[in-house]
Design a protein around this ligand. Structure first.
Ligand code: AR6
Length: 170
């Protein structure tokens, strides 16, 4: 499985699925969640209303509607509470659950934002290390149709961290 880093707006990514850093209501919010709902249009919210929310560390798939991506996989990252509230485990679970769902749907390309590193306050360096490691380990387990995972970094700090992390360990 190839891992790549790009800087930019995830709503522009023409991949099989983009990942949304949502909250447990799945009914929209700010940050990347707001951007995805604005770009996808109101049908996305209508489908999200049928899902009955999503627990932290889990994920659910919808259509992409007006997005260039075919699907959106909504996941709910942990709120950073200092690091002793199972945040690392829950963040890793988000990445794994998304890739399990992508695998079930036979998807080939998936683009992730930097889950939990905005409003939810997860330290960017720690979140980056978990994202890279969890995706790498999933790929090594074999048996997935997912060929490429893109880490879509919006801010410069995340972009730097992911470039550095991938160059050190690829
Ligand atoms: N494309 C890619 N990344 C983006 C974009 C974009 N268009 N916009 C922001 N980011 P956040 P969280 C980056 O706050 O921390 C929402 O209100 C941003 O730079 O969107 O998981 C939800 O409804 C940051 O690195 O998500 C939840 O209530 C990353 O996306 C809550 O925020 C994540 O920042 C979730 O908080």
């Amino acid at each position: 499985m190839k891992r790549t880093v790009v800087q930019g707006d995830i709503t522009k990514c023409a991949v099989d699925a983009i990942v949304n850093a949502a909250n447990s209501s799945l009914l929209g919010g700010g940050g990347v969640d707001g951007a995805i709902h604005r770009a996808a249009g109101p049908d996305l919210l209508a489908e999200c209303r049928t899902l009955n929310g999503c627990p932290t560390g889990d994920a659910k798939l919808t259509n992409g509607y007006r997005l260039p991506a075919r699907y959106v996989i909504h996941t709910v990252g942990p709120v950073w509470r200092g690091g002793n509230s199972r945040e690392p485990e829950l963040l890793a679970r988000c990445y794994r659950r998304v890739l399990e769902i992508a695998t079930e749907h036979r998807l080939t390309t998936v683009a992730f934002p930097n889950i939990s590193t905005g409003v939810y306050g997860y330290p960017k360096d720690k979140a980056c290390a978990i994202a890279l490691k969890t995706v790498q380990e999933f790929g090594q387990q074999g048996d997935t149709p997912v060929q490429e995972v893109q880490f879509v970094c919006f801010d410069d700090e995340n972009y730097r961290l992911y470039q550095q992390g991938l160059s050190e360990n690829s």
